[in-house]
Write a protein of this length. Structure first.
Length: 279
């Protein structure tokens, strides 16, 4: 069982257990899904699961891992990593927001516009077929998004998107494997998906991020082909360069004798010096 957990979590469980303050790292061992269950799901929704997600379900029918931090001698859950089982992989439909008549639907809230230079964001219309992978503890939804070429025909190779609480879409990854690595690398920290949005994390989420930093690089700074782009060009030898000076030892001169105290500034003019002596 230990090797099975380490294989599925890619060793993240050991990292969390060794982190300061972390307690109660829990992993729910879930049996693999039956192949017939996956086939039935695909037939029901007329969608083909990508191979990486299908292989994941054949290894474990869903994923649930949580970890807590001990505060005032009691554990408080901080991290949560969830992927729904194949039977709970439900479709987001454009139903009414509430049960009132004439209530707005998701179609009404969709402005139908796309940002130039970015992947075409999903729509709640017939353009896309959307399934919820992770409810994100009420902070949004991570979704598996298919495009439709014709009414009733779904194209393969879905992508992973994050739907925030304002019903705005944010692109995450092209494949489930890439998303799964993001999930583990961010340790399931609260609201970690908002680091992929333009408005970023809340103050509370930033505090948790600062305490338990994700094992990943920032997506806002993509890798460049120029290796000098991320090279520290500051030379500390030049910044903190000092001139080599010969140290001078200052000697304390002896004080004047009792008979010389009146003549503190002897004159260089001998005539004046003699006059002072005659006086």
């Amino acid at each position: 069982m230990a090797s099975h957990i380490e294989k599925i979590t890619l060793g993240i469980s050991k990292i969390l257990e060794s982190s300061p303050g972390v307690t109660e790292v829990k992993f729910e061992a879930i049996p693999p899904a039956e192949r017939q269950t996956i086939v039935s799901w695909e037939q029901k929704h007329k969608c083909t699961l990508p191979e990486d997600l299908k292989n994941f379900y054949l290894m474990t029918d869903g994923f649930l891992m949580t970890w807590s931090v001990k505060v005032d001698d009691r554990p408080i859950q901080v991290g949560s990593m969830v992927i729904k089982s194949i039977s709970n992989l439900t479709r987001l439909r454009s139903t009414s927001a509430c049960s009132l008549p004439n209530a707005p639907t998701l179609d009404d809230l969709d402005d139908g516009s796309d940002e130039e230079g970015h992947p075409d964001r999903p729509h709640f219309t017939s353009k896309n077929v959307i399934f919820e992978l992770d409810p994100c503890n009420g902070n949004g939804k991570v979704c598996l998004v298919y495009k439709t070429s014709k009414p009733g025909e779904v194209t393969p190779d879905p992508s992973i998107w994050f739907l925030d609480r304002a019903l705005y879409w944010h692109f995450l990854t092209d494949t489930f494997t890439a998303y799964y690595r993001l999930l583990l690398c961010h340790l399931g920290l609260p609201q970690w998906q908002y680091s992929f949005t333009s408005y970023g994390l809340s103050q509370q989420a930033k505090q948790w991020m600062n305490m338990y930093k994700p094992i990943t690089f920032s997506p806002a700074t993509p890798l460049s082909e120029d290796p000098e782009t991320f090279t520290n060009k500051l030379d500390p030898n030049k910044i903190f360069k000092t001139k080599n000076k010969t140290p001078v030892t200052k000697k304390k001169l002896p004080g004047p004798s009792a008979g010389q105290k009146l003549n503190l500034t002897p004159s260089k003019n001998p005539a004046l010096s003699g006059a002072a002596t005659r006086k």
